[in-house]
Design a protein around this ligand. Structure first.
Ligand SMILES: *[C@@H]1O[C@H](CO)[C@@H](O)[C@H](O)[C@H]1NC(C)=O
Ligand SMILES: *[C@@H]1O[C@H](CO)[C@@H](O)[C@H](O)[C@H]1NC(C)=O
Ligand SMILES: *[C@@H]1O[C@H](CO)[C@@H](O)[C@H](O)[C@H]1NC(C)=O
Length: 338
């Protein structure tokens, strides 16, 4: 009998409580889902996997196929390893990408390394720790009026899953890391997300492109921005609809984005994001076609210095960046930024 049975499924059923519609990405939490996998692997000495956008797209595509029924059924394409879990959304801890991964980890006790056999369901666990798989990507969908979450993760390369191929080398497990109950992403100091030097450099490139003198970093302004960020974090202001200005004495740009393996939100990424408004600004008329106020703030020659702060939400997966500018530009119809 094969030990990696990709058709095995975990089902978690709890009572229906329903919950309000969250941002669907909160259901998946890719970075934390990956982290749970990698902690589980580290425990038996298997190297980490990386998040794969192609696999995630494959998984999401199949999740979309299942959007009508959320059936616990595998995709027919057998290119990849595949784990599925589903559960009712009762509270934050009911079902999500990381919760699904923790459920699969719960099968560990049924896997016997000596015999390479399962005494209960353990195929999801052996898939997680299979050293043949190096990449993972997951998708998700909600059913039953948004009260039921269905999660699928795909793995590549697909493990052999035969009687003779163990998922990992036991000897390495001696050097394993002890799995801690806290699965959250490591806390990052806000300044690590801000990246002051790079943020300043990106601003100054954008200014130089239109012949405006460079800004300098201003610690007073940065402390103001971080203080505002801390207040927002404490008040749990995490939804995009919560985005508000501090109403202080400075010009201000705010952006938010998810933790990702690449191009994760940060001070420099936020700045590049604001730069995308550049085509919306018409210097001749000093008007915006669409939104361009973040861009005109970056290039405003009335501002000489900036400082930024940041905070994280949703188990450290959503990053908010706040940049303040001194002096605050006039921003009236007659005053061009440069
Ligand atoms: C994976 O584990 C198998 C079984 O113990 C072992 O033979 C193989 O060398 C390992 N491969 C890697 C890449 O660690
Ligand atoms: C930094 O900002 C403060 C106002 O908050 C201002 O008084 C000071 O001159 C600024 N420093 C620089 C270098 O722009
Ligand atoms: C800023 O730009 C405006 C509009 O072009 C110009 O009139 C002004 O002299 C500039 N100020 C500085 C300090 O460069």
């Amino acid at each position: 009998m094969s030990f990696v049975i990709v058709s095995l499924l975990s089902i978690v059923l709890t009572q229906i409580y329903g919950r309000t519609n969250l941002d669907p990405r909160v259901d998946l939490l890719p970075a934390e889902t990956l982290l749970v996998h990698n902690r589980v692997r580290a425990e038996v000495g298997v190297g980490p996997m990386v998040w794969d956008f192609k696999l995630a797209a494959f998984a999401q595509n199949y999740a979309n196929v299942r959007s009508k029924d959320c059936a616990l059924q595998h995709s027919t394409d057998e290119m990849y390893g595949e784990n599925i879990a589903a559960g009712w959304l009762k509270s934050k801890e009911s079902m999500s990408g990381p919760i699904a991964a923790k459920l699969w980890y719960g099968e560990k006790k049924f896997y016997n390394y000596q015999t390479n056999k399962c005494s209960g369901m353990c195929g999801h666990y052996t898939q997680m720790v299979a050293n043949q798989s190096h990449r993972v990507g997951c998708g998700h969908v909600r059913c039953h009026a948004d009260t039921y979450l269905w999660v699928v993760c795909n793995y590549a390369p697909r493990p052999m899953g035969d009687e003779n191929t163990r998922p990992f080398v036991l000897a390495l497990a001696l050097f394993s890391v002890i799995l801690t109950p806290a699965y959250g992403l490591p806390k990052v100091k806000p300044i690590d997300d801000v990246q002051p030097e790079q943020t300043l450099a990106v601003h100054n490139e954008i200014r130089a492109a239109v012949g405006v003198a460079p800004l300098v970093w201003n610690e007073t302004v940065a402390a103001y921005a971080q203080n505002f960020a801390n207040k927002l974090a404490k008040a749990g202001k995490c939804a995009y609809t919560d985005m508000r200005h501090s109403g202080g004495p400075y010009g201000e740009n705010i952006a938010a984005g998810w933790v990702q393996p690449e191009d994760q939100m940060s001070g420099p990424i936020a700045t590049k994001y604001w730069l995308t408004e550049k085509p919306n600004y018409d210097h001749a008329t000093n008007k915006c076609k669409d939104v361009c106020g973040h861009y005109t703030q970056i290039v405003a020659n009335q501002s000489f210095s900036l400082g930024c702060g940041s905070y994280r939400c949703h188990d450290n997966e959503l990053i908010w960046i706040v940049c303040d500018y001194y002096p605050m530009p006039m921003g009236d119809a007659n005053t061009r930024p440069y």
